[in-house]
Ligand binder design. Structure first.
Ligand code: MLT
Length: 233
């Protein structure tokens, strides 16, 4: 629903989009970049990842389907797998069920695409605060296979809440809903469907890690198809 709603807005050109897949793609991207990965290339399917690997054997191919590492791929989608010893100076090609498609989709919506999670929450807000309040911002929540995600909505709400604290912004209905949710919760609450599924699959450590607010204060942006770490003010 969430992404479908965003798709309807395709006709509108946004200045900035912010992509959220807190469980787990955007948390994974932020972790990989902070641990020294050169870039993360989001691709929408397995074939594309394999094709890139064929052309660039030095690339690491990574991703999940159904939460589990794709057969033959070097990494899954657990941020905890992306240790410095594994990813430093590497280019990672990532394909996930929802998150990487949301990033690609966002690149058609806006001039700039920023990557958000709880890990880098305030950094993203500071970057957005550098724009004036008439700037058109699209917050793209990846969701789960077309369904709204409880966890992504919390990150969206936290961003909107912090950004509008001292200044007025036009807010869409979905933004208001996200903000109200965050005001009610005040801290991450990972009890949605995807969180439950990840827990059943044994990924409780990922749930714990992805809830760490501002644990990795970096800014990540999609540029020419590659997500890189960028300087911020
Ligand atoms: C996704 O892209 O749907 C998620 O990142 C799935 C996951 O938790 O691995």
């Amino acid at each position: 629903e969430w992404i479908t709603e965003q798709r309807k807005l395709c006709v509108k050109q946004f200045n900035v989009s912010v992509v959220i897949d807190v469980l787990r793609a955007t948390s994974t991207v932020i972790t990989a970049l902070s641990n020294g990965a050169r870039s993360v290339i989001p691709v929408s399917n397995i074939e594309e990842a394999l094709e890139l690997k064929h052309r660039h054997p030095e690339y690491i191919i990574a991703g999940e389907r159904g939460g589990q590492r794709i057969e033959g791929f070097q990494l899954g989608n657990s941020p905890t797998e992306y240790a410095e010893a594994v990813v430093r100076d590497k280019t990672i090609v990532l394909t996930t069920s929802n998150g990487t498609n949301a990033i690609i989709h966002a690149s058609n919506l806006a001039e700039r695409v920023l990557i958000a999670s709880f890990l880098n929450l305030t950094t993203v807000v500071h970057e957005l605060a550098g724009y004036d309040s008439s700037t058109n911002i699209a917050i793209v929540c990846a969701g789960n296979n077309g369904e709204i995600s409880y966890e992504d909505t919390q990150v969206a709400g936290a961003i909107i809440s912090k950004l509008t604290k001292n200044r007025a912004h036009y807010l869409s209905d979905s933004s208001k809903i996200a903000m109200k949710l965050w005001h009610a919760l005040k801290k991450p609450n990972f009890s949605g469907e995807h969180a439950k599924k990840l827990s059943q699959l044994g990924f409780d450590k990922d749930l714990e890690f992805c809830q760490k607010v501002d644990y990795i204060p970096i800014l990540a942006e999609l540029r020419d198809g590659k997500i890189i770490k960028v300087e911020y003010n």
